[in-house]
Design a protein around this ligand. Structure first.
Ligand SMILES: Nc1ncnc2c1ncn2[C@@H]1O[C@H](COP(=O)(O)OP(=O)(O)OP(=O)(O)O)[C@@H](O)[C@H]1O
Ligand SMILES: [Mg+2]
Length: 274
């Protein structure tokens, strides 16, 4: 797990006068799950969009497998094929069946022929629990099912890494678990994932590394134990206590409750020293 797959160096992004990302330096190691947390407007989505080149960074480097993908001559198409993205609002093709949604990219990119893509899609749809929905259209599915199709679609390209931008925040609460379960399985299988999320249980359980962003900066980063359990920066503490209070976690804003309320998981020692 030690090799860096993606190294972000001195990344900055402005929209006009608005500096949204400022000198971001992040290492994503192969097989690692990195969760990005932070307040609304702190630049989390912009950061993911810069990695995936949906936004053009103002300056900095994104090194992927040794090459800076921001170089003029970089093969962005190949990078996009290898690093998939799952969005908050699923972004499925509305008129296509579930199966067609999943087979489309591998066929169009020449990654697989139709028969191979279909076989792969059926395997992936079974993996996300949707083997009975192959002929359904997206509107016939719940939000959680649509998001699982979106994950299967991203996996169909056999990606090296997946980026997730708040994949559960558009879902009704009772549908969140089914999507997080799929993501947890992927993590166990060793998929490299960068996940913007407000799901602190998931971050605590599944992340190898947590990044707390605020106002375009990485304010604090480390293991879940360090960042969620024993945050050093006042801004991180304020965010976490606010978040936990809003999450209705009980009468104590300590993240200790997050780890202690769950059974069957590793207990994380989380003294709240705020
Ligand atoms: N295309 C754009 N043009 C101008 N400003 C933008 C654009 N995209 C984002 N911004 C601004 O950049 C800042 C960071 O936005 P971003 O969407 O990255 O935040 P975020 O951390 O993902 O927030 P949230 O948790 O609400 O999703 C915000 O002030 C936003 O208004
Ligand atoms: Mg966002």
């Amino acid at each position: 797990m030690s090799e860096s797959l993606i190294s972000v160096r001195h990344l900055a992004k402005s929209f006009g006068d608005l500096e949204v990302l400022r000198d971001i330096n992040v290492e994503i190691k192969r097989g690692e799950v990195v969760c990005i947390i932070g307040p609304s407007g702190s630049g989390k989505s912009t950061f993911l969009r810069c990695i995936n080149q949906l936004e053009k960074p103002t300056s900095g480097e994104i090194i992927y497998k040794g090459d800076n993908i921001l170089d003029k001559n970089a093969d962005i198409r190949k990078f996009r094929e290898e690093v998939g993205m799952v969005f908050q609002r699923f972004n499925l093709f509305p008129l296509k069946t579930v199966l067609a949604n999943v087979t489309m990219a591998p066929v169009l990119t020449g990654h697989m022929n139709k028969a191979e893509a279909k076989e792969k899609a059926l395997e992936l749809l079974a993996k996300v629990g949707l083997e009975k929905k192959t002929e359904a259209k997206p509107f016939m599915l719940s939000g959680g099912q649509q998001q699982r199709v979106a994950i299967a679609r991203a996996l169909a390209m056999e990606p090296e890494a997946l980026l997730f931008d708040e994949p559960t925040s558009a879902l009704d609460p009772e549908l969140v678990g089914e999507v997080l379960n799929v993501m947890t399985e992927l993590a166990k299988e060793g998929m490299t994932m960068i996940v913007v999320t407000h799901e602190m249980d998931f971050a605590l359980d599944v992340a190898d590394h947590i990044i707390f962003m605020d106002e375009g900066y990485v304010v604090e980063e480390g293991s879940p134990r360090e960042v969620l359990g024993n945050p050093k920066q006042e801004r991180t503490r304020a965010f976490l206590s606010r978040f936990l209070l809003h999450s209705g976690d009980g009468n104590d804003s300590s993240i200790k409750n997050i780890s202690e309320k769950r059974n069957g998981h590793e207990k994380v020692c989380c003294d709240n020293n705020s």
